[in-house]
Design a binder for this molecule. Structure first.
Ligand code: SOE
Length: 373
Protein backbone atom coordinates (compact mmCIF):
# COMPACT_ATOMS: atom_id res chain seq x y z
CA UNK A 1 0.00 0.00 0.00
CA UNK A 2 1.21 3.50 -0.82
CA UNK A 3 2.25 5.85 1.96
CA UNK A 4 -0.45 8.41 2.66
CA UNK A 5 -0.31 12.19 2.85
CA UNK A 6 -3.21 13.52 4.88
CA UNK A 7 -4.59 16.87 3.84
CA UNK A 8 -6.52 19.49 5.78
CA UNK A 9 -8.10 22.24 3.67
CA UNK A 10 -9.28 25.59 5.07
CA UNK A 11 -11.95 27.12 2.84
CA UNK A 12 -14.68 25.38 0.90
CA UNK A 13 -16.21 27.80 -1.56
CA UNK A 14 -14.86 28.60 -5.06
CA UNK A 15 -11.18 28.04 -4.26
CA UNK A 16 -11.85 25.23 -1.80
CA UNK A 17 -13.73 23.40 -4.51
CA UNK A 18 -10.91 23.95 -7.03
CA UNK A 19 -8.37 22.56 -4.52
CA UNK A 20 -10.57 19.57 -3.72
CA UNK A 21 -11.06 18.80 -7.39
CA UNK A 22 -7.29 18.86 -8.03
CA UNK A 23 -6.55 16.61 -5.07
CA UNK A 24 -9.14 14.10 -6.17
CA UNK A 25 -8.05 14.15 -9.80
CA UNK A 26 -4.26 13.82 -9.64
CA UNK A 27 -4.03 10.21 -8.41
CA UNK A 28 -6.03 9.15 -11.46
CA UNK A 29 -3.73 10.84 -13.98
CA UNK A 30 -0.34 11.27 -12.31
CA UNK A 31 1.78 8.43 -11.07
CA UNK A 32 2.24 9.58 -7.50
CA UNK A 33 4.38 7.60 -5.04
CA UNK A 34 1.95 8.57 -2.26
CA UNK A 35 -1.79 8.70 -1.85
CA UNK A 36 -3.25 12.15 -1.03
CA UNK A 37 -6.05 11.66 1.49
CA UNK A 38 -8.80 14.27 1.81
CA UNK A 39 -8.99 14.11 5.60
CA UNK A 40 -10.64 17.28 6.82
CA UNK A 41 -12.14 20.43 5.33
CA UNK A 42 -12.81 23.55 7.37
CA UNK A 43 -15.41 26.30 6.98
CA UNK A 44 -17.21 28.68 9.30
CA UNK A 45 -20.74 28.15 8.01
CA UNK A 46 -22.98 25.11 8.29
CA UNK A 47 -22.97 24.37 4.55
CA UNK A 48 -19.37 23.15 4.88
CA UNK A 49 -21.02 19.82 5.82
CA UNK A 50 -22.61 19.50 2.39
CA UNK A 51 -19.39 20.62 0.70
CA UNK A 52 -17.40 18.00 2.62
CA UNK A 53 -19.69 15.28 1.40
CA UNK A 54 -19.86 16.50 -2.17
CA UNK A 55 -16.10 17.03 -2.58
CA UNK A 56 -15.20 13.75 -0.86
CA UNK A 57 -13.66 14.88 2.45
CA UNK A 58 -13.74 12.40 5.34
CA UNK A 59 -14.92 15.01 7.84
CA UNK A 60 -15.38 18.73 8.39
CA UNK A 61 -14.69 21.20 11.20
CA UNK A 62 -15.53 24.86 11.78
CA UNK A 63 -12.32 25.92 13.50
CA UNK A 64 -9.02 25.97 11.57
CA UNK A 65 -7.09 25.58 14.84
CA UNK A 66 -8.29 21.98 14.91
CA UNK A 67 -6.81 21.36 11.46
CA UNK A 68 -3.37 22.78 12.20
CA UNK A 69 -3.22 20.97 15.55
CA UNK A 70 -4.32 17.59 14.20
CA UNK A 71 -1.35 15.17 14.46
CA UNK A 72 -2.73 13.15 11.55
CA UNK A 73 -2.47 16.05 9.08
CA UNK A 74 0.63 16.36 6.86
CA UNK A 75 -0.42 19.22 4.56
CA UNK A 76 -2.43 22.31 5.45
CA UNK A 77 -3.97 23.93 2.37
CA UNK A 78 -5.21 27.52 2.78
CA UNK A 79 -8.01 28.64 0.46
CA UNK A 80 -9.74 31.11 2.77
CA UNK A 81 -9.83 34.95 2.52
CA UNK A 82 -6.52 36.83 2.62
CA UNK A 83 -6.71 38.07 6.21
CA UNK A 84 -6.72 34.49 7.53
CA UNK A 85 -3.62 33.26 5.66
CA UNK A 86 -0.84 34.42 7.97
CA UNK A 87 -2.19 33.15 11.27
CA UNK A 88 -3.08 29.76 9.78
CA UNK A 89 0.27 29.38 7.99
CA UNK A 90 2.35 30.40 11.00
CA UNK A 91 0.50 27.95 13.28
CA UNK A 92 0.70 25.18 10.68
CA UNK A 93 4.45 25.71 10.24
CA UNK A 94 4.99 25.65 14.01
CA UNK A 95 3.27 22.25 14.04
CA UNK A 96 5.49 20.95 11.24
CA UNK A 97 2.82 20.89 8.52
CA UNK A 98 3.66 21.48 4.88
CA UNK A 99 1.69 24.46 3.57
CA UNK A 100 -0.04 25.13 0.26
CA UNK A 101 -1.45 28.68 0.29
CA UNK A 102 -3.65 30.74 -2.00
CA UNK A 103 -2.44 34.06 -3.36
CA UNK A 104 -1.68 36.81 -2.50
CA UNK A 105 0.33 35.16 0.26
CA UNK A 106 -0.52 37.66 3.05
CA UNK A 107 -2.11 41.04 3.59
CA UNK A 108 1.20 42.87 3.28
CA UNK A 109 4.85 42.15 2.60
CA UNK A 110 5.43 42.20 6.38
CA UNK A 111 2.92 39.39 6.81
CA UNK A 112 4.32 37.49 3.84
CA UNK A 113 7.79 37.84 5.35
CA UNK A 114 6.60 36.40 8.66
CA UNK A 115 5.00 33.47 6.83
CA UNK A 116 8.14 32.80 4.81
CA UNK A 117 10.30 32.90 7.94
CA UNK A 118 7.95 30.58 9.85
CA UNK A 119 7.98 28.02 7.04
CA UNK A 120 11.75 28.26 6.65
CA UNK A 121 12.50 28.05 10.37
CA UNK A 122 10.31 24.97 10.78
CA UNK A 123 11.72 23.35 7.63
CA UNK A 124 8.35 22.61 6.09
CA UNK A 125 7.67 22.69 2.36
CA UNK A 126 5.68 25.68 1.18
CA UNK A 127 4.00 26.73 -2.00
CA UNK A 128 1.90 29.72 -3.05
CA UNK A 129 -0.73 28.96 -5.61
CA UNK A 130 0.26 31.05 -8.61
CA UNK A 131 -1.41 28.35 -10.64
CA UNK A 132 -1.07 30.00 -14.05
CA UNK A 133 2.63 29.07 -14.07
CA UNK A 134 1.47 25.49 -14.55
CA UNK A 135 -0.43 25.95 -17.79
CA UNK A 136 1.40 24.05 -20.56
CA UNK A 137 1.14 27.00 -23.01
CA UNK A 138 2.67 29.31 -20.38
CA UNK A 139 5.45 26.78 -19.81
CA UNK A 140 6.06 26.66 -23.55
CA UNK A 141 6.35 30.47 -23.56
CA UNK A 142 8.93 30.27 -20.79
CA UNK A 143 10.90 27.62 -22.65
CA UNK A 144 10.96 29.71 -25.83
CA UNK A 145 12.19 32.74 -23.87
CA UNK A 146 14.85 30.70 -22.08
CA UNK A 147 16.00 29.03 -25.31
CA UNK A 148 16.57 32.50 -26.76
CA UNK A 149 13.94 32.14 -29.50
CA UNK A 150 12.68 35.66 -28.80
CA UNK A 151 16.15 37.17 -28.61
CA UNK A 152 16.51 40.07 -26.23
CA UNK A 153 13.26 40.76 -24.39
CA UNK A 154 12.02 44.31 -24.95
CA UNK A 155 8.38 44.23 -23.87
CA UNK A 156 6.14 42.43 -21.43
CA UNK A 157 2.50 43.50 -21.59
CA UNK A 158 -0.05 41.87 -19.31
CA UNK A 159 -3.62 42.46 -18.29
CA UNK A 160 -5.97 40.53 -16.06
CA UNK A 161 -9.54 41.65 -16.53
CA UNK A 162 -12.79 40.35 -15.10
CA UNK A 163 -16.22 42.00 -14.86
CA UNK A 164 -17.82 40.27 -11.90
CA UNK A 165 -17.89 43.60 -9.97
CA UNK A 166 -18.88 45.86 -12.89
CA UNK A 167 -22.53 45.92 -11.83
CA UNK A 168 -22.94 48.41 -8.94
CA UNK A 169 -25.68 46.11 -7.63
CA UNK A 170 -23.10 43.45 -6.69
CA UNK A 171 -23.33 43.52 -2.88
CA UNK A 172 -20.51 44.21 -0.46
CA UNK A 173 -18.20 41.16 -0.25
CA UNK A 174 -14.96 40.63 1.66
CA UNK A 175 -12.97 41.51 -1.47
CA UNK A 176 -14.24 45.12 -1.23
CA UNK A 177 -12.91 45.55 2.31
CA UNK A 178 -9.24 46.49 2.67
CA UNK A 179 -9.13 44.99 6.19
CA UNK A 180 -10.14 41.57 4.86
CA UNK A 181 -8.60 41.51 1.38
CA UNK A 182 -5.52 43.72 1.76
CA UNK A 183 -6.03 45.32 -1.65
CA UNK A 184 -8.33 45.04 -4.65
CA UNK A 185 -7.70 44.13 -8.27
CA UNK A 186 -4.03 45.02 -7.95
CA UNK A 187 -3.61 42.20 -5.41
CA UNK A 188 -6.23 39.67 -6.50
CA UNK A 189 -5.46 39.86 -10.21
CA UNK A 190 -2.21 41.81 -10.19
CA UNK A 191 -0.51 39.13 -8.10
CA UNK A 192 -1.05 36.63 -10.94
CA UNK A 193 0.40 38.81 -13.71
CA UNK A 194 3.24 39.99 -11.47
CA UNK A 195 4.07 36.34 -10.88
CA UNK A 196 3.98 35.59 -14.60
CA UNK A 197 6.20 38.60 -15.28
CA UNK A 198 8.77 37.28 -12.79
CA UNK A 199 8.44 33.73 -14.15
CA UNK A 200 8.72 34.68 -17.82
CA UNK A 201 10.93 37.76 -17.90
CA UNK A 202 12.59 38.23 -14.50
CA UNK A 203 12.61 40.57 -11.53
CA UNK A 204 11.20 44.09 -11.70
CA UNK A 205 13.25 46.90 -10.20
CA UNK A 206 10.89 49.91 -10.29
CA UNK A 207 7.22 50.67 -10.88
CA UNK A 208 4.89 53.63 -11.40
CA UNK A 209 1.13 53.44 -11.59
CA UNK A 210 -2.38 54.50 -10.72
CA UNK A 211 -5.53 52.89 -9.41
CA UNK A 212 -9.10 53.87 -8.65
CA UNK A 213 -12.28 52.83 -6.93
CA UNK A 214 -15.06 53.54 -9.42
CA UNK A 215 -17.97 52.13 -7.42
CA UNK A 216 -17.40 53.77 -4.07
CA UNK A 217 -20.11 52.06 -2.03
CA UNK A 218 -22.19 48.92 -2.28
CA UNK A 219 -25.24 47.56 -0.56
CA UNK A 220 -24.57 45.45 2.48
CA UNK A 221 -25.05 41.71 1.93
CA UNK A 222 -28.52 40.90 3.25
CA UNK A 223 -29.52 44.55 3.87
CA UNK A 224 -29.86 46.52 0.64
CA UNK A 225 -30.69 49.75 2.54
CA UNK A 226 -27.34 49.81 4.27
CA UNK A 227 -24.40 51.09 2.16
CA UNK A 228 -20.82 50.12 2.89
CA UNK A 229 -17.71 51.93 1.70
CA UNK A 230 -15.50 50.11 -0.82
CA UNK A 231 -11.87 50.42 0.29
CA UNK A 232 -10.06 48.28 -2.30
CA UNK A 233 -9.27 49.30 -5.89
CA UNK A 234 -11.55 48.29 -8.78
CA UNK A 235 -8.85 48.81 -11.38
CA UNK A 236 -5.16 49.62 -11.65
CA UNK A 237 -2.59 50.41 -14.31
CA UNK A 238 1.15 50.28 -13.86
CA UNK A 239 4.40 50.23 -15.72
CA UNK A 240 7.59 48.51 -14.66
CA UNK A 241 11.26 48.37 -15.52
CA UNK A 242 12.79 44.88 -15.37
CA UNK A 243 16.32 44.18 -14.12
CA UNK A 244 17.20 42.91 -17.62
CA UNK A 245 16.13 46.23 -19.13
CA UNK A 246 12.74 45.12 -20.51
CA UNK A 247 9.73 47.45 -20.21
CA UNK A 248 6.49 46.17 -18.66
CA UNK A 249 2.91 47.41 -18.81
CA UNK A 250 0.17 45.96 -16.61
CA UNK A 251 -3.58 46.42 -16.26
CA UNK A 252 -5.92 44.86 -13.69
CA UNK A 253 -9.66 45.24 -13.36
CA UNK A 254 -12.69 43.60 -11.78
CA UNK A 255 -15.03 46.00 -13.58
CA UNK A 256 -13.86 45.41 -17.19
CA UNK A 257 -17.27 44.93 -18.80
CA UNK A 258 -17.31 41.93 -21.12
CA UNK A 259 -14.16 40.28 -19.81
CA UNK A 260 -14.86 37.18 -17.75
CA UNK A 261 -11.47 35.77 -16.88
CA UNK A 262 -9.12 37.32 -19.42
CA UNK A 263 -5.53 37.07 -18.33
CA UNK A 264 -3.54 38.11 -21.38
CA UNK A 265 0.15 38.63 -21.92
CA UNK A 266 2.56 39.41 -24.72
CA UNK A 267 6.31 38.98 -24.66
CA UNK A 268 8.11 40.90 -27.36
CA UNK A 269 11.76 40.41 -28.16
CA UNK A 270 14.32 41.18 -30.86
CA UNK A 271 13.62 37.88 -32.65
CA UNK A 272 9.98 37.13 -31.96
CA UNK A 273 6.80 37.72 -30.06
CA UNK A 274 4.42 35.49 -28.06
CA UNK A 275 0.78 36.09 -27.12
CA UNK A 276 -1.36 34.23 -24.57
CA UNK A 277 -4.96 34.55 -23.39
CA UNK A 278 -6.26 32.48 -20.47
CA UNK A 279 -9.69 32.27 -22.10
CA UNK A 280 -7.95 30.17 -24.80
CA UNK A 281 -5.45 28.52 -22.51
CA UNK A 282 -4.54 25.61 -24.76
CA UNK A 283 -3.07 28.00 -27.32
CA UNK A 284 0.02 30.14 -27.67
CA UNK A 285 0.43 32.59 -30.53
CA UNK A 286 3.94 32.99 -31.86
CA UNK A 287 5.75 35.08 -34.42
CA UNK A 288 9.39 34.43 -35.28
CA UNK A 289 11.38 37.06 -37.16
CA UNK A 290 13.64 34.49 -38.84
CA UNK A 291 10.86 32.71 -40.73
CA UNK A 292 10.44 32.96 -44.49
CA UNK A 293 8.74 36.32 -45.17
CA UNK A 294 6.07 35.29 -47.70
CA UNK A 295 4.29 33.07 -45.15
CA UNK A 296 5.41 34.88 -42.04
CA UNK A 297 2.92 35.97 -39.41
CA UNK A 298 1.56 35.11 -35.99
CA UNK A 299 0.59 31.46 -35.80
CA UNK A 300 -1.43 29.56 -33.29
CA UNK A 301 0.28 26.66 -31.54
CA UNK A 302 -2.17 24.19 -30.03
CA UNK A 303 -0.26 23.14 -26.90
CA UNK A 304 -1.82 19.72 -26.36
CA UNK A 305 0.73 17.19 -27.64
CA UNK A 306 2.66 14.82 -25.35
CA UNK A 307 5.87 16.83 -25.91
CA UNK A 308 4.37 19.63 -23.82
CA UNK A 309 4.67 19.77 -20.03
CA UNK A 310 2.09 17.55 -18.24
CA UNK A 311 0.11 16.84 -21.42
CA UNK A 312 1.17 13.20 -21.74
CA UNK A 313 -0.78 12.52 -18.51
CA UNK A 314 -4.10 13.81 -19.79
CA UNK A 315 -5.69 13.12 -23.17
CA UNK A 316 -4.57 12.49 -26.77
CA UNK A 317 -3.44 15.60 -28.74
CA UNK A 318 -6.16 18.15 -29.37
CA UNK A 319 -8.23 16.98 -26.40
CA UNK A 320 -7.97 20.22 -24.55
CA UNK A 321 -7.57 20.90 -20.84
CA UNK A 322 -9.21 23.62 -18.74
CA UNK A 323 -8.69 26.20 -16.00
CA UNK A 324 -8.82 23.63 -13.20
CA UNK A 325 -5.95 21.53 -14.60
CA UNK A 326 -3.40 24.12 -13.48
CA UNK A 327 -4.44 23.36 -9.89
CA UNK A 328 -3.80 19.65 -10.46
CA UNK A 329 -0.35 20.42 -11.88
CA UNK A 330 0.46 22.68 -8.94
CA UNK A 331 -0.57 20.09 -6.33
CA UNK A 332 1.32 17.41 -8.24
CA UNK A 333 4.49 19.53 -8.05
CA UNK A 334 3.91 20.20 -4.35
CA UNK A 335 3.42 16.55 -3.45
CA UNK A 336 6.46 15.54 -5.54
CA UNK A 337 8.58 18.11 -3.67
CA UNK A 338 7.44 16.73 -0.32
CA UNK A 339 8.19 13.15 -1.33
CA UNK A 340 11.55 13.95 -2.94
CA UNK A 341 12.44 16.50 -0.27
CA UNK A 342 13.17 19.75 -2.09
CA UNK A 343 11.64 23.23 -1.97
CA UNK A 344 9.12 23.64 -4.81
CA UNK A 345 8.37 26.81 -6.74
CA UNK A 346 6.53 29.12 -6.56
CA UNK A 347 7.04 29.16 -2.80
CA UNK A 348 6.57 31.69 0.01
CA UNK A 349 9.67 33.56 -1.14
CA UNK A 350 7.91 34.18 -4.46
CA UNK A 351 4.82 35.21 -2.50
CA UNK A 352 6.91 37.70 -0.53
CA UNK A 353 8.57 39.31 -3.56
CA UNK A 354 5.18 39.42 -5.28
CA UNK A 355 3.73 41.30 -2.33
CA UNK A 356 6.61 43.77 -2.38
CA UNK A 357 5.78 44.58 -6.01
CA UNK A 358 2.07 45.02 -5.17
CA UNK A 359 2.97 47.40 -2.34
CA UNK A 360 5.35 49.33 -4.56
CA UNK A 361 2.53 49.79 -7.10
CA UNK A 362 0.16 50.98 -4.38
CA UNK A 363 2.73 53.43 -3.05
CA UNK A 364 3.56 54.66 -6.53
CA UNK A 365 -0.15 55.27 -7.16
CA UNK A 366 -0.63 57.10 -3.87
CA UNK A 367 2.48 59.23 -4.13
CA UNK A 368 2.29 59.71 -7.92
CA UNK A 369 5.90 58.72 -8.31
CA UNK A 370 8.25 55.90 -9.30
CA UNK A 371 8.97 53.41 -6.53
CA UNK A 372 12.08 51.25 -6.48
CA UNK A 373 11.63 47.64 -5.44
C1 SOE B 1 -11.37 36.23 -8.52
O1 SOE B 1 -11.08 37.35 -9.22
C2 SOE B 1 -10.49 35.02 -8.86
O2 SOE B 1 -11.08 33.96 -8.23
C3 SOE B 1 -9.05 35.13 -8.37
O3 SOE B 1 -9.00 35.34 -6.97
C4 SOE B 1 -8.30 33.87 -8.74
O4 SOE B 1 -6.98 33.94 -8.31
C5 SOE B 1 -8.35 33.71 -10.25
O5 SOE B 1 -7.64 32.56 -10.61
C6 SOE B 1 -9.78 33.66 -10.71
O6 SOE B 1 -10.46 34.80 -10.26
Amino acid sequence: MKKRLNIGLIGYRFMGKAHSNALRTIPMFFDLPVEPVLKVICGLKDDVAAAAQMYGWQRYVHDWNEVVADPEIDIVAIASPGYTHAKIAVAAAANGKHIFCEKPLGMSSDEAGVMYEAARKNKVKHMVNFNYRRIPAVLLARKLVQDGRLGRIYHFKASYQQDWAADPAVPYLWRFDQRLAGAGSVADKGSHIIDLARFLVGEMIAVAGMSDIFIKERASLGNAQLKEEVTTDDAALFVARFANGALGTFQTSRIATGYKNALQFEIGGSKGCLRFNLERLNELEAYFADEESSTQGFRRILVTGPEHEYMDRWWPPGHIIGWEHAFSHQYYEFIKAIVEDYLPQPNFYDGLINQQVIEAVERAAQEKTWVTI
